[in-house]
Design a protein around this ligand. Structure first.
Ligand code: ADE
Length: 258
């Protein structure tokens, strides 16, 4: 069944339960609904009606979760919080990258189409919504500079970056692969700040439905040979709290629900 779009309903997608945990703990009036084998949580966060969903890992799973959030629950804006590997110089563990746009680094239909181009769309990059993205970048800046207590997970000196994020169905876990990927993207005019595994898929679904999309990623690793070390601990202990804090700042800056 297709729900009509609910103008005030905001989806917040996370890849893993550990990334969602902090948001779920704060959800007021939480109600679970299961669709397509996935659990969704409806409720209120900071006075805003929200639907929390798990993209799981990889572009196919993320596509399905995003399509359910729009087609079944009728969300009118989509946010993504998660982690990514830093690619560009200066994008450090503990920093936040807010996506300006997304590209699929593993998409190659050449020579039929230019490398990275999504066939029949005539484009390689899918932009995020400019207004929502600007609010998200401001929210991230506030969250990183206000550390209200000594148990704050915010890494000292953490910065917010805004730019291109590359998605693909690979966990990039060697310096060699990371340099090759970065060089190939740059050679085609697509210098990316970070790499992850879902965002480009969600951006494409949102573009198809005309739903506003914004995404932030906390940098958990440098996509090098030690990328896997402490990944789970970082996600549970740091990224989840970044998500909770940044989403809190963002939701409070959105217009009151109608
Ligand atoms: N998400 C977090 N770190 C990543 C990496 N190194 N590669 C792909 N996705 C990631």
């Amino acid at each position: 069944m297709n729900a009509a779009t609910r103008p005030s309903l905001t989806a917040i997608l996370s890849a893993l339960p550990e990334e969602q945990q902090g948001l779920l703990e704060q959800l007021v009036g939480a109600q679970k609904q299961t669709v397509a084998g996935r659990d969704f949580w409806l409720g209120q966060l900071h006075g805003q009606p929200v639907a929390l969903g798990l993209s799981r890992i990889g572009k196919v799973s993320a596509t399905l979760t995003a399509a359910v959030l729009i087609g079944h629950f009728g969300v009118s804006r989509m946010l993504f919080t998660g982690v990514a590997g830093g690619l560009a110089q200066g994008v450090k563990v503990g920093d936040v990258v807010v996506a300006h746009d997304f590209i699929q680094h593993d998409l190659d239909v050449s020579p039929l189409f230019p490398r990275y181009e999504v066939p029949l769309y005539g484009r390689s990059r899918f932009p995020c919504d400019p207004s929502l993205t600007a609010l998200l970048a401001l929210a991230a800046g506030r969250a990183l500079t206000t550390a209200p207590d000594t148990t704050s997970p915010i890494v000292a000196g953490a910065q917010v970056h805004l730019g291109l994020i590359a998605s693909g169905d690979r966990f990039v876990s060697s310096a060699d692969e990371s340099s090759r990927l970065q060089a190939a993207l740059e050679g085609a005019g697509h210098a990316a700040l970070a790499v992850e595994m879902e965002g480009a898929a969600v951006a494409q679904v949102c573009a198809d439905y005309g739903v506003a999309f914004a995404a932030m990623r906390t940098i958990s690793d440098r996509a090098d040979n030690s990328a896997h070390i402490d990944f789970s601990t970082f996600v549970a202990e740091v990224a989840s709290l970044y998500a909770q804090r940044i989403m809190g700042e963002l939701l409070q800056s959105l217009p009151a629900p109608t």
